[in-house]
Design a protein around this ligand. Sequence first.
Ligand code: 4NP
Length: 162
Amino acid sequence: MKVLMVCLGNICRSPLSEGILKHKAQLDGLNWEVNSAGTGNYHIGEPPHLLSQKVALAHGIDISQHKAQQFTAQDMLIYNLIYVMDADNYKAVEQISKKMFNPAKTKLIMNELFPHTNTEVPDPWFGTEKDFIKVYQMLDAATDSIIQKYRSTNTIIKNTHE
Ligand code: 4NP
């Protein structure tokens, strides 16, 4: 399973969701590849926002090594699932992908938790730590749903001592 998380800058929401899903997949022994990208190019090469790093680390997740990258049409072919944080991200992914766009694999991430509601993960860029904590909580719940929904379709890597 290859999963791509997408937001605007790839420094606040999507690297956090990448870190959380990677962490949960590892704990479950799932051989998933999880990555993240932004629809914009403003922050390419930058590490995640310090508050995203802080809230992740408070849950034992280190996202400091991620470098912001921009979503490309090629990503539509590489990944099985592409999760966007909000409706603007969805439109931008559609525009960047052009004829490669595949609506079957492009989803608002919160729809995995609250189907058909089109709930958005709010952009915390101008917010405070409280806003980043709220984003963490939303992504924590949504990624639980993703793991539950797709875990059975994947290879389980058993620990050698089992
Ligand atoms: P993100 O947050 O999309 O969750 O990474 C943002 C980061 C930067 C900007 C906007 C949103 N910006 O306008 O630079």
